[in-house]
Design a protein around this ligand. Structure first.
Ligand code: HEC
Ligand code: HEC
Length: 260
């Protein structure tokens, strides 16, 4: 296997995605403020003016808070309701650890670290897998991985990755929050620990992966209504400073080991 410039990884999890209509992936793009493919990000980019971007950013935050207040189900909630079997997840994670379990493992083109997924929020992991499967995130290898597991396996994997050593906020951040990250901390926390299960933890994540993700949101290849809006106004220098800041936070996301 040599997709996307990645080295061959052990294969497995070849079962067809049998629960597509009844499982988690049917329920993930529901919330009003968090809809994939929304116009928000695109119009912000096309408008190309700062006021517009800021309005979109505000609208995205407002929508997220409205979703919280009125209890609109957030991304992945449907999945989190049925908890995964972490012990089974540890077994099926074998394939994943061929990339995610190796320190310094990289995506070759473009070149950046495979993200750390240990200790990430469970609901976010499930929704991330759903987004690869749906194509909202355009990574061919991860699309294939996410598309070849059952909904239950996705939940089990997320439970295993999230619960062994979950990353919890220590209540204080390392270093000074870059000015461009002021808004970000409302959801991702000043110390990079997502304040709800739907907001990914960034603490200790590889800086080059964070940069890659933000540029993909800004360009629109990676689709998320909130994050397309958030990234639209960021400069390359902002992105660089933000990535370094979050990568330096502790406690950190970790790299699951094959022996765990
Ligand atoms: C061939 C290498 C490879 C394999 C095998 C692999 N991944 Fe990935 N994974 C990646 C890369 C590279 C990315 C970053 C893709 C991107 O930029 O969107 C990624 C991204 C992810 C993300 C998103 C992380 C985030 O912070 O949003 C999750 C979750 C994930 N993988 C879970 C898994 C699971 C579960 C498996 C096993 C079923 C798996 N991966 C197998 C390479 C791999
Ligand atoms: C209203 C809440 C909210 C705000 C504010 C916010 N984000 Fe996000 N962020 C999210 C959500 C939700 C996701 C998951 C989107 C997805 O699934 O692609 C995300 C994803 C990300 C990711 C990808 C993480 C990964 O593991 O792949 C990065 C990096 C990120 N945000 C950085 C930022 C930065 C930098 C800012 C400020 C400019 C910001 N965010 C503001 C909610 C928010």
């Amino acid at each position: 296997m040599r997709r996307n410039g990645l080295r061959a990884a052990p294969t497995g999890l070849k079962t067809p995605f049998s629960e597509a209509t009844s499982g988690i992936f049917s329920g993930v793009s529901v919330p009003s403020g968090v809809r994939i493919n929304d116009e928000t990000g695109r119009s912000a980019r096309q408008g190309g003016n700062k006021m517009m971007c800021n309005r979109n950013r505000f609208a995205a935050i407002a929508a997220a808070f409205i979703a919280l207040v009125f209890g609109v189900p957030a991304l992945g909630d449907g999945a989190a309701a049925v908890s995964g079997d972490a012990a089974h997840g540890a077994k099926v994670a074998y394939t994943c650890l061929g990339c995610h379990g190796i320190a310094d493992y990289r995506n070759a083109a473009p070149n950046y670290h495979v993200p750390k997924i240990g200790g990430q929020h469970e609901a976010y992991l499930v929704s991330a897998l759903a987004e690869y499967r749906a194509g909202a995130r355009p990574h061919p290898t991860m699309k294939a991985q996410a598309g070849s597991m059952t909904a239950q396996e996705a939940r089990d994997l997320a439970a295993y990755l999230a619960t062994a050593t979950p990353v919890a906020s220590s209540g204080h951040a390392t270093g000074a929050l870059p000015a461009a990250a002021t808004t970000c901390s409302a959801c991702h926390g000043a110390d990079g620990v997502g304040i709800t299960a739907d907001y990914p933890t960034l603490a200790g994540q590889h800086a080059d992966y964070i940069e890659q993700a933000l540029k993909a949101y800004r360009k629109g290849g990676r689709q998320n209504a909130i994050m397309n809006g958030m990234a639209a106004a960021l400069t390359d220098a902002d992105i660089h400073a933000i990535a370094a800041y979050y990568a330096g936070q502790t406690p950190s996301l970790w790299i699951p080991a094959a022996t765990r």
